[in-house]
Design a protein around this ligand. Structure first.
Ligand code: CP
Length: 305
């Protein structure tokens, strides 16, 4: 039997993405179903996390499965020099699936090639964060009523922000247009702009935030990823480059929704939280239902409703 991991959002075609979103809606209507009775899921977090780890663990608990793992790799034998190879081989002999976050790009793909059980990528360096992307799609679909023909502004750290990289690839199924808003130091990498060109996805680039999102359906803001900078002086220069304020929403579309994968630092002022256009906390809640759907698909790959 083929082991079905989720390493990159490109592992799922359009039909499979829509299947996950449908399943997530079913879980939102009824989150407590004991479909993972007897299953053990390992969460291996080699980098910090609040939402991703806790929502995966809540998803498994609500489905009746059990969790093993670590939230801090400093408490694991990797500090003694154990390789990722050996950790995955061993944990794969304990658990039915592994949810892993790792700082190295490609670590999840490598793990999926040696693991005896499915790997769910919970973020690998600046590369991919596919479960975040699926919850982003679910949030867009819920708020806009469609995924088709939307104008999406991606703002902030487009260089290191893995969520925007995954989102571009996923939205390519739905005829989007993008505006990339970033300082020169954090511009969208060429490989993703090449991807847009090859897939006939229109995009523009801007360096100013104000006045550049009045025509947007989705304003997707990201944190400047301090942990990816080799030069902290450069981080200091760009860390507060944009702050969205409530007053900046005055001329935006009525159905604009502001998304952010969180955590936020300074990029969204707290007064924005009062706006009905702010959707980032509901977006994080949606992660629970989407991760229930992902774990169910990866472990069972059968309709469960
Ligand atoms: N969005 C996200 O990945 O959040 P955490 O880092 O808290 O998991």
């Amino acid at each position: 039997m083929k082991i079905r991991s989720l390493v990159s959002i490109t592992d799922y075609n359009k039909e499979e993405i829509l299947e996950i979103l449908n399943l997530a809606a079913d879980f939102e209507a009824n989150p407590n179903r004991k479909t993972l009775d007897g299953k053990v899921i390992a969460t291996l977090f080699f980098e910090p996390s609040t939402r991703t780890r806790l929502s995966f663990e809540t998803a498994v608990n609500r489905l009746g499965g059990r969790i093993i793992g670590f939230s801090d790799s400093m408490t694991s034998s990797s500090v003694k020099g154990e390789t990722l190879h050996d950790t995955i081989k061993m944990v794969g002999s304990y658990a039915d699936a592994i949810v892993m976050r790792h700082p190295l790009e490609g670590a999840a793909r490598y793990a999926s090639e040696i693991s005896p059980v499915p790997i769910i990528n919970a973020g690998d360096g600046a590369n991919q964060h596919p479960s975040q992307t699926l919850l982003d799609l679910y949030s867009i679909l819920k708020t806009q009523g469609t995924l088709e023909n939307l104008k999406i502004c991606l703002v902030g750290d487009l260089k290191y922000g893995r969520t925007v990289h995954s989102l571009i690839m996923a939205m390519s199924h739905f005829n989007p247009s993008f505006r990339f808003i970033a300082p020169d130091e954090l511009k969208m990498p060429d490989e993703y702009k090449d991807f847009c060109r090859k897939n006939n996805i229109p995009y523009e680039e801007r360096t100013e935030l104000a006045g550049n999102f009045d025509d947007a359906d989705i304003l997707y803001i990201t944190r400047v990823q301090k942990e990816r900078f080799l030069d902290l002086i450069e981080f200091e220069r760009v860390k507060n480059v944009y702050t969205l304020k409530k007053s900046m929403l005055e001329h935006t579309k009525p159905n604009l929704k502001i998304l952010h994968p969180l955590p936020r630092v300074n990029e969204i002022a707290q007064d924005v939280d009062e706006s009905p256009k702010a959707y980032y906390f509901q977006q994080a809640q949606n992660g629970l239902y989407v991760r229930q759907a992902i774990v169910s698909k990866v472990l069972m790959n059968v309709p469960i409703f």
